[in-house]
Design a protein around this ligand. Structure first.
Ligand code: CU
Length: 351
C-alpha cells in the first residue's frame, strides 16, 4: 500500500564441524537459508604445508620465515550430493548463455541490420560419459538437476541448481604420474552419475599408494549409462590452489582459504518460498520528522544467543575410551604416540 515498506528478516542455520587432519584444521559448514538454498563450505586453517627454505625452491613456494618455506599445493575435497528432486527420478540440464545474430531492419545502412543478442540454451545431458563437467567460463550458465515429469506452476521442470561459490577448482596438474588414475575425481569441477550402492565414494584411503591402478577409479563410474529420469548423484569439488603468502604464517587464514557451492532452487517452487515466512515486517513511512512505526504481524523475533562465555579457564585435556567413557588423562606426547600408532604398525608391515 502507499506509504508502506516491507521486509523479511533473514535467518541462516549454520551447522559446523571441524576436523584436524595432520597439520590442518578443516571447517565444514552446512548453511540452510530461508529460501531453501543450501550452502556447503569448507575452510582450511592450521599450520601451512611447509618445508626448509632454499633459494633454489623459489618456483615451488614462498619464503615466509628466515628458514621456512610455504610449499605450493592444491586442496581438492570431493562432496557427494545424492539429489532427489521431487522424487528419485531426475535428469541433468545445462543452462547456458549464448549469442545469436538477428536482423533488426530499423537500423540504418551505416550500422547494418545484423544485431547480436544473448539467448538461453537449455540442453539435457543424457549420458554419464558427457557428465564430467567444468563450470562455464564467465559464469555464463548453470547446471541443474531437474525432474522432467514434475513441473512448477509455470511449466518449468522443478530443479535445484549447483551454483559455484568461492574458489571452485579442480587439480592444477592433470598429468602427474602421482595423480594418474587415483584422483580422477579431482580433475573436473563436478560430475554427475547414476546413484549406486556399489559406488559409495569417489576415492579410498588406499588410492594414494596406487596411482596407476587405484582401488577406486572414479572414471569407471562414467560408463555410458543414461541420465534420463534416473536416480542421480552429483560429485562436486571444493578446495583451493594454495599459493603460500607470509600472512599464512603462523596460521592459514580462512578468509581466502575457503571454498563453497550453493545448491539453490531453480524453478523448484512457483515463487520465493521465503515469502511464506512469518518474519515479515511492514513499516509505515511517517511524515518528515515523525517517528517510524512498524507491524511485526504479532511475531516476536526470537534470539537464540548462547549464554555469555565465562572467563577463560583450562582444565587440561579430556580423553575418552573407544566406547565414549572418560579415560585417564594422558600427556600430549602419549596421546600423539597413540594416535600415530596406526601409521607405525602400517610402516612395519610394509617392511
Ligand atoms: Cu593449504
Amino acid at each position: 500500500m502507499k506509504g508502506e515498506m516491507g521486509a523479511i528478516k533473514g535467518y541462516e542455520l549454520v551447522v559446523r564441524t571441524i576436523s584436524t587432519v595432520g597439520n590442518y584444521n578443516y571447517l565444514f559448514d552446512y548453511t540452510f537459508q530461508l529460501d531453501g538454498t543450501l550452502e556447503v563450505r569448507i575452510s582450511a586453517s592450521g599450520y601451512l604445508q611447509g618445508a626448509w627454505w632454499d633459494d633454489a625452491e623459489m618456483a615451488y613456494g614462498t619464503k615466509i620465515r628466515d628458514t621456512y618455506m610455504g610449499s605450493i599445493h592444491d586442496h581438492v575435497v570431493n562432496y557427494k550430493f545424492d539429489f532427489d528432486i521431487a522424487g528419485t527420478q531426475n535428469s541433468l540440464m545445462a543452462v547456458t548463455l549464448e549469442n545469436e545474430v538477428v536482423q533488426q531492419p530499423w537500423f540504418g545502412d551505416d550500422w547494418g541490420q545484423d544485431f547480436q543478442q544473448q539467448k538461453i540454451v537449455r540442453t539435457m545431458i543424457r549420458n554419464e560419459s558427457d557428465a564430467l563437467l567444468d563450470y562455464p567460463k564467465n559464469s555464463e550458465g548453470v547446471y541443474v538437476i531437474v525432474n522432467e515429469e514434475k513441473l512448477n506452476r509455470w511449466g518449468n521442470p522443478r530443479g535445484y541448481a549447483i551454483h559455484p561459490g568461492m574458489s571452485v577448482i579442480h587439480l592444477t596438474n592433470l598429468n602427474s604420474k602421482r595423480t594418474k588414475n587415483n584422483v580422477n575425481f579431482a580433475k573436473h569441477h563436478l560430475a554427475v552419475s547414476r546413484r549406486k550402492d556399489s559406488e559409495p565414494s569417489s576415492s579410498s584411503m588406499w588410492n594414494i599408494n596406487l596411482p596407476g591402478a587405484p582401488t577406486v577409479d572414479f572414471y569407471e563410474f562414467f560408463d555410458g549409462e543414461s541420465l534420463e529420469q534416473e536416480d542421480l548423484t552429483a560429485w562436486v569439488n571444493l578446495g583451493m590452489h594454495h599459493i603460500p603468502r607470509a600472512e599464512d604464517s603462523p596460521m592459514t587464514l580462512t578468509n581466502i582459504a575457503t571454498s563453497s557451492v550453493l545448491l539453490t532452487l531453480f524453478n523448484f517452487n512457483d515463487w520465493d518460498p521465503a515469502m511464506e515466512s512469518m518474519n515479515a515486517i511492514v513499516i509505515d513511512v511517517p511524515e518528515p520528522g515523525e517517528a517510524w512505526s512498524g507491524d511485526e504481524n504479532g511475531v516476536e523475533i526470537e534470539y537464540c544467543l548462547p549464554p555469555r562465555v565465562g572467563k577463560f579457564n583450562y582444565n587440561g585435556l579430556s580423553t575418552f575410551k573407544e566406547d565414549g567413557t572418560p579415560a585417564k588423562a594422558q600427556r600430549v606426547s602419549e596421546m600423539r604416540k597413540q594416535a600415530e600408532s596406526y601409521h607405525a604398525i602400517f610402516a612395519s608391515t610394509e617392511l
